[in-house]
Design a protein around this ligand. Structure first.
Ligand SMILES: Nc1nc2c(ncn2[C@@H]2O[C@H](COP(=O)(O)OP(=O)(O)OP(=O)(O)O)[C@@H](O)[C@H]2O)c(=O)[nH]1
Ligand SMILES: [Zn+2]
Length: 298
């Protein structure tokens, strides 16, 4: 740290420009010092004021960074998280592949994940979605029922978020905006302030945004787009089974220690398909394995 540098928290980004919050709660637009520096939401930074804006001098080392990577690019969701909340709903029908990818990405960063299933008021589709989540509950994944248009489940969820920084991920239409509006009373005002500052002229769901749930600024939600195209190219294929809890304990029991669980003899994973591992989960694994094995490594 150098004299004149101040501490800040990145609460939104647009390109390489950041909207930061000071320790006293004041917010300001900052620009990066160098070409290579990129701050993401959740980053702690050192910055220097220049007139009514500022310059980011340095990004503090990160505890963790959740990101996705496909053949074309790497995109960060956010840094320094405590947990990930995957928001799904009875409708629209969710993609199990996307859910699986989000859980794997969180686990690869050592982040606990909660799955919340919204729209419990829609009885029949909810039941169907809930049973599709059965293998996840069986493997120890926490799954919460929720109805954001009613009060159901909201106080439990609030308790779960208390004192933590939670990244919310979910496909379009599940109720992410409804969730933010229920939990963050002045979310709309915060959003328009950020849009003005970063001059995006768009709405929150198009860019990652940090919200404080409480006035004392201890509990935070980060809303982020990008659930749809969840590339995991940064994960080596041989590690995949260790990041899927229902595969993990079996993976060490195969004849070959480097078993891919795709075609080797005496494979404990394949032997468990149909009991312990569902055929659907095994299909997700095999597809993802092929995808990761084919991805170029740098
Ligand atoms: N029946 C029912 N509808 C809900 C519930 N929660 C949210 N909705 C509705 O679902 C629709 C989508 O909610 P949004 O909050 O806009 O969803 P979103 O995830 O922000 O969607 P995008 O803006 O597309 O990313 C809205 O019409 C909500 O009113 C719920 O618990 N039950
Ligand atoms: Zn095996």
């Amino acid at each position: 740290m150098k004299t004149g540098w101040l501490q800040g928290l990145v609460v939104a980004t647009h390109g390489r420009h950041c909207w930061i919050e000071t320790d006293s709660g004041e917010r300001r637009l900052c620009h990066p010092r160098g070409k290579r520096q990129t701050a993401v939401v959740g980053d702690r930074v050192w910055w220097q004021p220049s007139r009514d804006e500022g310059t980011i001098e340095q990004v503090e080392p990160r505890r963790n960074l959740l990101y996705r990577q496909d053949a074309v690019r790497t995109k960060s969701f956010a840094a320094n998280l405590d947990q990930v909340l995957v928001l799904l709903a009875a409708e629209p029908v969710f993609s199990e592949s996307q859910l699986n990818r989000a859980l794997i990405a969180a686990r690869a960063e050592g982040l606990p994940a909660i799955v919340a299933l919204n729209k419990s008021d829609l009885a029949e589709p909810f039941q169907q979605a809930w049973s599709r989540l059965q293998p996840y509950r069986a493997m120890g994944q926490r799954v919460w029922p929720l109805s954001l248009t009613r009060e159901a489940g909201l106080s439990d969820l609030r308790a779960e978020l208390e004192g933590k920084t939670t990244l919310v991920l979910g496909p379009s239409g599940v109720g992410k905006s409804t969730l933010v509006n229920r939990l963050v009373p002045d979310a709309a005002a915060a959003t328009s302030e950020i849009s003005r500052a970063l001059n995006t002229g768009r709405h929150t769901t198009t860019s990652t945004t940090w919200y404080w749930i409480d006035r004392s600024r201890h509990t935070a939600l980060i809303d982020s787009p990008g659930f749809q195209e969840f590339g995991l190219h940064h994960i080596p294929a041989p590690k995949l089974a260790l990041l899927m809890p229902d595969f993990e304990s079996l993976a060490g029991q195969c004849r070959f220690h480097n078993c891919s669980h795709l075609h080797e003899p005496d494979c404990a994973v394949r032997a468990a398909v149909g009991h312990g591992i569902t055929p659907q989960r095994y299909r997700l694994y095999a597809e993802l394995y092929e995808e990761l094995a084919a991805a170029p490594r740098y």
